[in-house]
Design a protein around this ligand. Sequence first.
Ligand code: FEO
Ligand code: CA
Ligand code: CA
Ligand code: CA
Length: 606
Amino acid sequence: PRVPRSTAAAGGWTPVAPNVRDTVTVPDGYRTRAVINWGDPVLGDAPAFDPFAQTEESAAKQFGYNSDYVGVLPINDATALLVVNHEYTNEELMFPAGVYTPDEIRRIAIQSHGLSVVKIQRVGGPSSGQWRQADPENRYNRRITGTTQFEMTGPAAGHDRLRTTADPSGRKVLGTFNNCAGGQTPWGTVLSGEENFNQYFGKSGALDARYTTSYARYGISGTGDRGWKSVDPRFDLTAEPHEPFRFGWIVEIDPFNPTSTPRKHTMLGRFKHEGANIQIAADGRAVAYMGDDERGDYMYKFVSADTFDARDTQASRLRNMQLLTRGTLYVARLTGDDAFAVDASGNFTPADGEYDGLGTWIPLTSDTTSYVAGMSVAEVLIDTRLAADKVAPTRMDRPEDVQPNPVNGKIYAALTNNSDRAKKWPVDEANPIASSYTRPSLGAPLTKASGNRNGYVLEITEGGGDHTGTSFAWTLLLVCGDPESPETYFSGFPKDQVSPISCPDNVAFDSVGNLWISTDGAVLGGNDGLFRCPVAGTERGHVQQFLTVPVGAETCGPLITHDDLSVWVAVQHPGEGTGSTFATPDSTWPHTHEFPRPGVVVTWKA
Ligand code: FEO
Ligand code: CA
Ligand code: CA
Ligand code: CA
């Protein structure tokens, strides 16, 4: 077995207690700093951040808002590319009253979405886990925004439903929105999921009746939008009914090629993509694991037709860049191994003491053949949710990150919560909780609430270890919550030794295969945080809190670097509904305290 270099992976730290501090809190002996925040320069000619003088031109050169995915792609031991996305904007926290017109705010917001590529450098020598931003004057730094041109790939590219007034080809799309989690590919690129894209589309009149069913399944109503149609007519469903079909995809960015056109891969289906993470199967094919983050929606995987070429040549790189354009898309059905039985709270009670069973990956379409009756290949890819509805997959409790563990080859999925479980869908062994306990504030007693409020972590073992296969075994690693709540489950680990955990969202792994879980929307009275949970041996299920973020924020990323020296998280939407300042004490970066500045934080052992 490998001996971890890191202290963060190896242990030796005291868990952070639940708290409502307005700062990033890490264990004793660790240091943390904000590496880059909203408004900081990404491009060399970006103006200094001034919340009273923002423009769309400056926003297009500065670090965007609300990072979720965090990728660190090494250039060498001392430098790396930080690749992060900018999921959405909190206009109520970004703009002082009376300074900007509504349309100015919308234009700046469009440029504050997308992704950033930022060169970073290690501080303090080769064994240090501390990093800072490098000089923005370098060949890599890049902003991708709501108006950057993307190219569609795969079987649905160019389809009539992807064509608009501005793009009769159906292949050239402007921008990416609501990019949530993501993953780094073995061929050196970054994948990012377009998640809640429906919220950007308004209407000036009637909606196109041809798309009533599709719009409804994706929550596209033309109401409750951000008013963007007043600055760009493509966000008006009445005028451009096809524009929303150009969002809801997995996008791929090649950060080492800063002039490359980013792409949207239709072969991976269209839904509220949380993210995508790649596993190379034993036969060399690339397998992408994905979640559709909506209450009662599904988990998916894609298996490429072609094989990964591990050689480091230009030809192999070009070949690998085509892996996500041809293959087969599957959706997951899970069955339990125990008969249906519930307790007085309506929670599923497994006779064998474990929430586990078997599952099937049901094929939806390949790049040439649809397996869904009455739908073409392109229709399955554009209306993936409607296609999946026809083959009876398992309705899950909001699948967020779904990621392979590089050490044990198993797949881990964060199922964040589902207040509608039991109300809309009956419990089953994979979604067992009909009522759970939450706490309105720290120190308050636990109170019972309907539905699954604290979430699960699911572990999947592919049949025969074959990631390309169609059968698997599954088990719930965790039923999250306060360990004092009767419904919680930590794979049998003693509950009096675990940290309370609620609403798992993003997952990551360290060099020895420990699972790291970040949370969003924790309902146990404390701030969101980052947790470590071993998945093997006697420590399996031993959840411990490593870090907490400021009030109002969710913890995103996370990323444990391959050398285990650095723990990265994104602090997303600090102050949302709360008034955080995100005044990180160890930060050497300026903070504008009236305007909490979401950003990316690194933690290392002092
Ligand atoms: Fe953007 Fe599913 O979290
Ligand atoms: Ca069982
Ligand atoms: Ca998420
Ligand atoms: Ca989230």
